[in-house]
Design a protein around this ligand. Structure first.
Ligand code: ZN
Length: 297
């Protein structure tokens, strides 16, 4: 699927680039450039996901999960660069309109490349349904967005051919450029949230707290413990939760650790992909870090 996606992306870029070259159309150039940005960022993201999946090593004992955000940052820069170029040349062309050439050829090439993209998108949707993969579905949806962009550009270019309004071509290119900027903002926003140790989604936190409550009420053992200071964060695909488990002071460490093991399992079942760290404390005693934080030190 991946090799096919890359092959289709390369073909798309070549066809769209050719279409832009023969017609001298800004709109078609912007469309080709957008496809190129998509391919470049997808390849880079793939490399980063591979790094993110590497097991922890001596220098990175918590793993490499945040490599993913590096990729989003890079994509953001690439996207803004492409968008700035499109908008800049679009404005220049608006001030100095130029005739379009061989529109039939150009539009035919563009339709052909969109056809490839649409077929690939449908295959991705089917694979996504079969594997229940959110990533594949997102890829497919992204591709469909591309198809719609191309369709919009084609309509504009056809309108130029019919009406002779040359300004329409750079105008649609600028619209495509602005849309690319919007995509870039979304990416940069997402990665900046990740770098600041964003908490898990409210649904995941709710599932986590519900699992703790279930654990507490399930057994007389569980009812004697207290959970507090629950904090969560995410690093790429990896999810983390830290919390305290306060147990009666006269329990043996063996007994407390046994119970903690059950809590860890329950939480990992409630939130797939979660890594849990549970600090054991006696009831009536709080961790120094928490006390200091409450004092505002
Ligand atoms: Zn506590």
């Amino acid at each position: 699927m991946l090799r096919l996606s890359i092959a289709v992306a390369v073909i798309t870029i070549v066809l769209k680039g050719l279409a832009a070259y023969v017609t001298n159309s800004m709109g078609l150039i912007s469309d080709a450039l957008e496809s190129f940005v998509n391919l470049a960022s997808a390849s880079f993201a793939l490399g980063m996901v591979t790094i993110a999946a590497r097991p922890p090593d001596e220098g990175h004992p918590y793993g490499h999960h945040k490599a993913e955000y590096f990729s989003s940052g890079f994509e953001g820069v690439l996207i803004f660069g492409a968008a700035a170029a499109i908008i800049w040349f679009g404005v220049l062309r608006l001030m100095n309109p130029q005739p379009l050439e061989q529109l039939g050829w150009g539009m035919g090439l563009s339709v052909l490349s969109s056809g490839f993209n649409a077929v690939l998108a449908l295959m991705l949707f089917r694979a996504a349904a079969a594997h229940r993969s959110i990533a594949l579905e997102a890829d497919g949806r992204h591709l469909m967005t591309d198809v719609w962009t191309s369709a919009g550009v084609l309509v504009a270019v056809a309108a130029v051919a019919l009406t002779g309004w040359l300004w329409l071509d750079p105008a649609i290119a600028i619209v495509v450029g602005l849309n690319i900027v919007r995509e870039g903002f979304k990416l940069v926003w997402r990665s900046s949230q990740g770098l600041m140790d964003e908490a898990l989604e409210p649904e995941s936190i709710e599932a986590l707290l519900a699992a703790l409550e279930r654990f507490r009420s399930a057994t007389p053992e569980g009812e004697r413990v207290r959970f507090d200071d629950v904090v969560t964060r995410r690093a790429g695909q990896r999810l983390f939760a830290d919390l305290h488990m306060h147990v009666p002071g006269d329990w043996t460490l063996q007994r407390a650790a046994g119970l903690r093991d059950g809590v860890e399992q329950a939480l990992m079942d409630a939130v797939p992909g979660l890594r849990v760290t549970i600090q054991l404390l006696p009831l009536g005693m709080e961790a120094r870090a928490v006390l200091l934080e409450k004092e505002g030190a």
